[in-house]
Design a binder for this molecule. Structure first.
Ligand code: FEO
Ligand code: CA
Ligand code: CA
Length: 691
């Protein structure tokens, strides 16, 4: 997400307790050294998913002890097989020696014959966009077809738009109104793309006209499931029974499920709406604007071509006699995790309201254990917002992983459960606070006294988290779960609003946190407590020791960690969004473009303190693998089952990629019309990436 659409306003006025003093005590108590990352082997010898299903031997007869099994052969050590890259500040992608990279599915690439080819003059229509890849690629996942590593469905979020690049000469208005065709084009440039992709002759390409190819936009009808669906909160003229809403907006990070579906996260959706009347608290708390929506979509209302209030719905001011006579509830249909079944082209995207309503950055599930509930973790990316965990009522049945009615499986696990919010304590422990009517408030009382029903709690998720005393964080972004040991990692991208007045807390210990950090914790799905520590602090290499607490060097200095993902081998990939589109305004941005780094972390269980796990003794294990073009964020991570192709996204470059015909002077600025795009990285010898 570019700084241009991030919500910079601090909307959390709950004054949940700062913990600065306690943290400093904690840091001084604990040594910040670690035993190095040599313990990575342990991470690879943990039990795999299928081995996690044991339910104990209760009821079986006691047998004599079996002879000791022969020791298992030691698995090969997982090691990074590339040298850390130096910084780069060019309009190019940089990969290690021996690697190759290609652009795939840049904004406006046709998915079928209904779309005209992308126009370097910005002349594509809204219909073209409905049948092409969208703009500003973000979260992503590769779903193999029949287990293939050369053919699959690449599902990509399109987070937001660059209006200047989208239209020939930027957005226009006529008498204060946006033209309907421009607004439809912008709406269709948002959302999610499902692309059937195939590797042929050493290059990946979209299989045009495949039945799998489809687009979800900010206008596609979607189901509202879970406790909020069918309630008075979401009844609109379009859906008087509250079962549907049109569109998904500002889809940032993503997640997947153990049953093979995709989850897209709605992040900065609130600013697409406007309420010029009296805002209810929940709209204030998420930041619904009071003058105009971000792109003035609401001003196209009344156009002769308008269908079912397709533009009017972005103005959520209460003007009618009831909720089905105006669009006051439209905004309540946004702010969710949305489940998509990419394998079924006829399926309906479904908003899973039980998982909370906020600026969802993404979602990651804890390693499933047979007979235990499932846990999904999700950060709320805004200053001083919170980290959440959704725990299913249903207990995991491994047979559900291979069912083909995948959205029914989603309903089983994602529509009923409990939403929790995290409190990080100074002793390296943390507590998951339930957001249920009986939950105790931090200042007394019951959450049910403030919000009467579970659906009211969910609509007001942030307010509920304030009430129970969650820990305000430095902009929680993506979450990743280690494939075997289950440690959970979450990026805290930065928070320049953390100052002497707001204070610090154990999990967010730096004032004016321009560089961000990564936190990790360990829990079980059915555990209300967890162990945590800081994994790495972002910093420029030449900062003082209080800033550069992880001892980073020129070869791995980083700021604003955002995307984060494990591959199934246990390599952790870290991506940055250092916001240099606003100018190279921090020391890391002055040194390098945004990047992706890799590290093989030792388990949290091996740690002795609250971190940082990456420190002077081992920081050389954190290696820069990729550097992107000028002003672009690196985000989204996917890979083929055999690890020979990895996919990442270049979002909001300023002068990249060059056109096929090498015409680099299409714009008066002398620069190309920039296109966000997926980049595929392979080894020249075709072997697995990273090792
Ligand atoms: Fe869309 Fe929080 O990044
Ligand atoms: Ca970001
Ligand atoms: Ca992000």
């Amino acid at each position: 997400m570019s700084q241009s659409i991030s919500d910079k306003v601090v909307r959390n006025s709950s004054a949940n307790e700062p913990f600065s003093a306690i943290l400093e005590k904690n840091l001084s108590r604990r040594a910040v050294t670690r035993g190095g990352l040599g313990a990575a082997l342990a991470a690879m010898t943990g039990v795999g998913l299928t081995a996690c299903g044991g339910s104990g031997g209760g009821g079986f007869p006691v047998l004599p002890p079996a002879p000791a099994p022969a020791p298992a052969p030691e698995p090969p050590k997982l090691k990074l097989g590339f040298d850390s890259l130096p910084p780069s500040m060019t309009d190019a992608c940089v990969v290690p020696a021996g690697y190759v990279a290609q652009v795939l599915g840049a904004w406006g690439t046709p998915l079928n014959d209904k779309a005209a080819p992308w126009s370097k003059d910005g002349n594509n229509s809204s219909e073209d966009l409905l049948n092409s890849t969208g703009m500003h690629h973000d979260g992503m996942h590769f779903f193999p077809l029949q287990g293939s590593s050369t053919e699959g469905l690449l599902v990509v979020n399109h987070e937001y738009i660059d209006e200047k690049a989208l239209h020939p000469n930027g957005p226009t208005q006529v008498d204060g109104k946006r033209p309907a065709e421009e607004v439809r084009k912008e709406i269709n440039a948002h959302g999610v793309a499902v692309m059937h992709v195939r590797l042929e002759g050493g290059r990946w390409a979209i299989v045009k006209n495949s039945r799998y190819n489809r687009r979800f936009t900010s206008a596609t009808p979607m189901a509202l499931a879970g406790p909020v669906g069918r309630t008075d909160w979401v009844k609109t003229p379009f859906s008087p029974d509250g079962t549907q809403v049109r569109g998904t907006n500002n889809n940032c990070g993503n997640g997947t499920t153990p049953w093979g579906t995709y989850i897209t996260a709605e992040e900065n959706w609130a600013a697409c709406f406007v309420n010029t009347g009296t805002l209810p608290d929940h709209q204030k708390r998420v930041g619904v604007p009071t003058k105009t929506g971000r792109y003035l979509w609401e001003t196209a209302a009344g156009d002769r071509s308008e269908q079912q209030g397709e533009f009017a719905r972005f103005n959520v001011t209460a003007t009618g006699a009831s909720a089905t006579e105006d669009w006051r509830n439209e905004v309540n249909g946004f702010g969710y995790l949305v489940e998509i079944d990419p394998y079924d082209p006829g399926s309906i995207a479904t908003k899973r309201t039980a998982m909370g309503r906020f600026a969802h950055e993404g979602a990651a599930y804890g390693n499933p254990v047979e007979g235990k509930p499932l846990a999904f973790y999700s950060g709320d990316d805004s200053r001083f917002e919170y980290i959440y965990k959704f725990v299913s009522d249903a207990k995991w049945d491994p047979k559900d992983a291979t069912r083909t009615d995948r959205l029914a499986v989603g309903a089983k696990y994602l529509d009923k459960g409990t939403l929790y919010v995290a409190r990080f304590d100074a002793d390296g422990k943390g507590v998951w606070l339930p957001l249920t009517p009986n939950a105790a408030g931090k200042d007394g009382g019951k959450l049910g006294d403030k919000y009467k029903t579970i659906e009211e709690i969910l609509i007001n998720t942030r307010g509920a988290a304030d009430f129970v005393g969650a820990t305000p964080m430095d902009r929680p972004e993506w979450t990743a779960v280690h494939p075997t040991n289950g440690d959970v990692y979450l990026t805290l991208t930065n928070n320049t609003s953390r100052n002497a007045t707001t204070g610090t807390n154990p999990a967010n210990p730096r004032l004016n946190n321009v560089n961000g950090h990564i936190i990790r914790w360990h829990d079980a799905a059915d555990s209300n407590s967890f162990q945590w520590e800081i994994f790495v602090f972002g910093s420029n290499a030449d900062a003082d020791a209080d800033t550069n607490r992880s001892g980073l060097t020129a070869l791995n200095q980083l700021a604003s960690p955002d995307g984060i993902a494990f591959d199934d081998r246990g390599i952790l990939w870290i991506q940055t969004d250092n916001g240099i589109d606003g100018g190279r305004n921090n020391a890391v941005a002055k040194a390098t473009n945004d990047q992706m780094l890799a590290v093989i972390p030792a388990p949290l269980a091996d740690s002795k303190g609250t971190g940082p796990a990456i420190n002077k003794s081992n920081q050389a294990e954190l290696r820069r693998f990729f550097v992107g073009p000028n002003e672009a964020e690196i985000t989204g991570f996917a890979y083929t089952p055999d690890f020979t192709s990895i996919f990442l996204n270049i979002q909001h470059p300023v002068n990249w990629p060059a056109y096929d015909n090498d015409d680099a002077t299409a714009l008066p600025s002398g620069k190309v019309r920039p296109r966000s795009s997926t980049v595929v990285i392979r080894k020249a010898d075709g072997k697995p990436v990273g090792v």
